[in-house]
Design a protein around this ligand. Structure first.
Ligand code: AMP
Ligand code: ZN
Length: 483
């Protein structure tokens, strides 16, 4: 496939260190709060990328960290540890917070059909590895001790700004955010590998180290976790675009300094989900979650569909209206798939191969997921039999993961149940949404009315109302629906 590489600023033919195998790394969530649907946009697009590579025949080893220590409120090593902030907010221990929000993250992923990576490694589980790497960086002359902390010395590198879309001003992070600059740093972009003496006295998680009791900086975890589980040569590193600097820049600096050779070949950055008032962010306090979408009656997969409709390298604006449009289109798509009930003839393998070829080319052009969706519609309207259509749609959906055939089957079942649930007695027919208990109540109400037992009829009506059921009388019977 062809993929834009943010390290070279070019679309390139995707290649791997070992033919046929992809070593893939994804920056995981900082588990101090629920993931918002912006974070999940990144994970959805990375999930499609992984599945597309598998579709192309690659064997993929995907590794993800869970940040449960060391990510400070500002990416430039200032402010409080985000985990500690979460623990204080909820009056719980940091480990409780980490467990709760890690589980919540994977629940959300499951609802969005995001596959769990082969390896998921919490940062707190690999402290020895971080200490080993930091020690090696000091030995190699790339890191120094100052004011009790260990810093990476960025001046020791020939090349630091790999994603240099940034200008110097932007890189003056401390200044930009109005935070006091760390006086221990020799160069303004130096970053902390290990904290010991710091102003975060109440840091909950601390470990012994050659430099005193302390905790790791945020960036070192991703380098170490990837080097341990992906090996020395990483093919593909993913994350949201905000991670490019300083996080990924620092990951490259320390990994290459440690390894002594180039580390990651391909960088994949997903652009942000924004609201009309700007970038969605956890630290702002108010954000949209998958549970909120569900509470409002949206199928999480309608959100996945919404994300796939646009390109990962463009910002995406979230609004309820935009989501409604996507949800409407998704439901219509499922209905069209549900209508593919034809049983005549087998799968036309030649036609299927042609469709797949087109899908590979279209989506393989820098992960063009909206063209992937167009391919679905092309199949639906093609002059081939239903068996072929079902087979090709199932094949594409192994990449897009919209559960099209499963949803279509569920829809057909629901419609069949609705048709079946028409209950009748004494010439009175009840039609509803497939709940025999409600059918029975509606029937009872009709009988009570017929017997002029109005108190009983009203009582049943109230009970139905309490269950959110609306009954409409029609000639020869009644129709009910949930409102
Ligand atoms: P965090 O949990 O803050 O470490 O972020 C998890 C992932 O979500 C990272 O890859 C971020 O780059 C990404 N991310 C953060 N905000 C957004 C957003 N508004 N839209 C898309 N991705 C985001
Ligand atoms: Zn990372």
């Amino acid at each position: 496939m062809y993929l834009y590489n943010s390290a070279t600023h070019k679309k390139e033919e995707f290649q791997t260190h070992t033919p046929g195998r992809v070593e893939m790394y994804t920056c995981g969530p900082t588990v101090y709060h629920f993931a918002h649907i912006g974070n999940l946009r990144s994970y959805i697009m990375e999930d499609v990328l992984e599945k597309f590579l598998r579709y192309e025949g690659y064997d993929v080893n995907r590794v993800m960290n869970i940040t449960d220590v060391g990510h400070l409120a500002s990416d430039a090593d200032t402010g409080e540890d985000k985990m500690l902030k979460g623990a204080k907010r909820e009056n719980k221990s940091v480990m409780d917070i980490a467990k709760f929000y890690t589980d919540a993250f994977f629940d959300d992923c499951a609802k969005l059909n995001i596959k769990t990576p082969e390896v998921v490694q919490p940062a707190t589980g690999l402290i020895d590895e971080f200490i080993k790497t930091v020690s090696a960086l000091i030995d190699k002359g790339y890191a120094y001790l100052a004011g009790g902390n260990v810093y990476f010395d960025t001046s020791k590198l020939d090349r630091y700004y790999v994603f240099n879309d940034h200008d110097e001003e932007d890189l003056a992070v401390g200044v930009r955010e109005g935070v006091e600059e760390d006086q221990n740093k020799r160069n303004k972009n130096d970053f902390v590998l290990w904290f010991t003496k710091s102003k975060f006295e109440d840091q909950a998680l601390k470990w012994d180290s050659p430099w005193g009791v302390g905790y790791p900086g945020w960036h070192i975890e991703c380098s170490c976790i990837s080097m341990k589980f992906n090996g020395e040569y990483l093919d593909l590193h993913c994350g949201g675009v905000d991670n490019a600097f300083p996080h990924h820049t620092n990951e490259i600096a320390q990994s290459e300094a440690y390894l002594g050779h180039p580390w990651c070949r391909q960088w994949f950055h997903v652009h942000h989900l924004n609201t009309n008032s700007g970038k969605m962010s956890k630290s702002k306090g108010e954000f949209l979650t998958v549970s909120l979408l569900e509470e409002k009656g949206y199928d999480p997969l309608a959100y996945r569909f919404f994300c796939l409709q646009s390109h990962y390298r463009k910002g995406l604006v979230f609004s309820w209206e935009n989501l409604d449009n996507a949800a409407g289109a998704y439901n219509k798509l499922v209905k069209r798939v549900a209508a593919l009930t034809g049983t005549e003839g087998g799968v036309d393998e030649e036609a299927a191969a042609r469709f797949k070829e087109k899908f590979l080319t279209q989506v393989g052009n820098d992960l063009n997921t909206s063209m992937g969706i167009t391919c679905l519609y092309d199949v639906l309207k093609a002059p081939v039999n239903d068996a072929t259509k079902r087979a090709v749609l199932a094949s594409f959906d192994s990449v897009l993961s919209l559960s099209l055939l499963e949803k279509a089957a569920a829809l057909r079942e629901k419609e069949a149940a609705q048709a079946k649930s028409a209950a009748s007695a004494g010439g009175f027919t009840v039609q509803g949404e497939g709940d025999p208990a409600i059918d029975a109540l509606v029937l009872q109400r009709a009988e009570a009315k017929k017997a002029k037992n109005f108190a009983e009829a009203d009582h049943i009506r109230d009970e139905l109302k309490a269950q959110g059921v609306e009954v409409t009388d029609v000639p020869g019977g009644a129709v009910w629906k949930r409102v």
